[in-house]
Ligand binder design. Structure first.
Ligand code: HAM
Length: 430
């Protein structure tokens, strides 16, 4: 086949069945869990003034390299959202809702990332943010919500990793200890890490390059530089997770890819995904972000989960199967097509999923289509049925039910009065 003139842009995909429905199913599960936990939905715009995202931290790749930014026709510099947290904080500052403000969201995000399996330029996130309370129990509840979603999906092969990055006031002491340490071992770092060190030494801890990782392994940890308050909050989160029976490991080198974090940070690392993109989701506190966006000094905490990665991990673990995609009834009509048109309409109006073949195909071709559809029931109408005021109902091999009085599962065909069609189909499907 000749290559089509246009392909979807690199890092984007056409998500079709079954993943399109699985993604919706995942979001429906999440919506239910979020509602139960007292969250309301927010749908922020997909693009914002670039400044909103620049506040995420210019030292992070998400801002410095991966923003889809452009000038619009009105001369504004706009960027497609690389994540939701900044937009939610911008919305908080704009609308000043009552606190704590608990919102959940889902939708596409855009990062000019290097495309690979599990890493796309357009990907879907779902998540929550809570703005206006620094109670560490909220951190625990937010983590518990993410944990519960992954549990409901059926995933088991992942680890919850947590850390505390302390308060802004804890940072300078730690950063200088960290900088001294890295400078003493500068010869062992890659050129990229040397460049990162000048901008944000924390990010060097995050380097996946083997040389850097070995040096980072022995670096001083933030845990030893936490203030008494940040330390007590971290203990409270750990105790809370233990109370809720949520297993976790503490990794003092977990820094995450965005610069706004303070205190609790966490990530769900999957064993079933490639190590460079094994995070199913992550989040943490960002107690300075609302203020950085021009708002009051309200603290915040939240997480985002990558929908695409949850589906990839589900495939690898053989969980979260696609919902059944077949219709319930396939209509085979060998009259002029009007009966087919009327029958599918009647079935659909009664809430029964029904489909049929078009283009005046032969009976044989239509029966083949019925088989291919995997619909459990076929409704057949030809001249005989029309003149008798009946329809033929056939249970297909896959049918759960069967004709009255027959062996379950064996294909059966019988005629019913046209007026009994819906009733008959309903009892066969139940
Ligand atoms: P993040 O770690 O940058 O955090 O992204 C969250 C999740 O989105 C990742 O764990 C991953 O599953 C998915 N993800 C990120 N980039 C890609 C990509 N290029 N392709 C596919 N999936 C991707 C945040 O976005 C923060 N806003 C989380 C947060 C909320 N922190 C506090 N509140």
């Amino acid at each position: 086949m000749a290559r089509a003139e246009f392909q979807s842009p690199p890092g984007t995909r056409d998500i079709t069945e079954p993943d399109a429905s699985r993604a919706r199913q995942l979001i429906a599960l999440f919506a239910e869990e979020a509602r139960r936990a007292g969250f309301g939905r927010i749908e922020p715009p997909m693009f914002e003034d670039v400044g909103v995202f620049v506040r995420l931290g210019e030292a992070s790749d998400v801002v410095s390299k991966e923003l889809y930014a452009f000038e619009d026709k009105g001369g504004r510099t706009i960027a497609l959202r690389p994540e939701f947290t900044a937009s939610v904080c911008r919305a908080f500052v704009q609308h000043r809702p009552l606190t704590p403000w608990k919102t959940w969201y889902e939708g596409p995000a855009f990062r000019y990332d290097k495309p690979q399996k599990g890493r796309y330029r357009q990907f879907a996130q779902l998540g929550v943010e809570v703005i206006g309370s620094d109670d560490p129990d909220i951190d625990t509840e937010v983590i518990a919500l993410a944990h519960r979603l992954l549990q409901r999906v059926g995933l088991t092969g992942h680890t919850l990793i947590i850390n505390s990055l302390g308060d802004f006031a804890d940072r300078p002491g730690y950063l200088s200890a960290l900088t001294d340490y890295f400078e003493a071992r500068i010869g062992e770092l890659t050129d990229q890490a040397k460049a990162t060190l000048a901008i944000n030494p924390l990010r060097v801890l995050d380097s996946k390059r083997p040389g850097d990782a070995a040096v980072a392994e022995e670096a001083p940890t933030i845990i030893d530089h936490l203030s008494a308050e940040a330390s007590a909050a971290f203990e409270r989160v750990k105790d809370g997770l233990a109370t809720l029976d949520i297993p976790f490991v503490v990794n003092p080198r977990l820094v995450r890819g965005l610069d706004y974090y303070t205190r609790t940070t966490f990530e769900f690392a999957s064993d079933s995904l490639d190590s460079a993109q094994n995070a199913l989701g992550g989040g943490g506190r960002y107690d300075g972000l609302v203020e950085a966006l021009g708002g009051p000094p309200e603290p915040g905490v939240g997480f985002s989960i990558g929908v695409d990665r949850v589906l990839l991990a589900s495939d690898a673990e053989g969980v979260f199967p696609a919902p059944p995609s077949s219709v319930d009834v396939w209509v085979v009509a060998t009259t002029d097509g009007t009966d087919g048109l009327g029958l599918v309409h009647e079935l659909r109006s009664a809430g029964i999923a029904a489909d049929r073949a078009y283009d005046g195909r032969s009976m044989k071709a239509q029966m083949k289509a019925a088989n291919r559809s995997q619909a459990p029931v076929a409704v057949i109408v030809g001249e005989d049925e029309v003149s008798a005021g009946t329809v033929s109902v056939r249970t297909m091999r896959s049918a759960a039910g069967s004709a009255p009085g027959s062996d379950a599962g064996t294909p059966q065909q019988f005629q019913v009065d046209r007026s009994k069609l819906i009733e008959t189909v309903r009892s066969l499907l139940s």
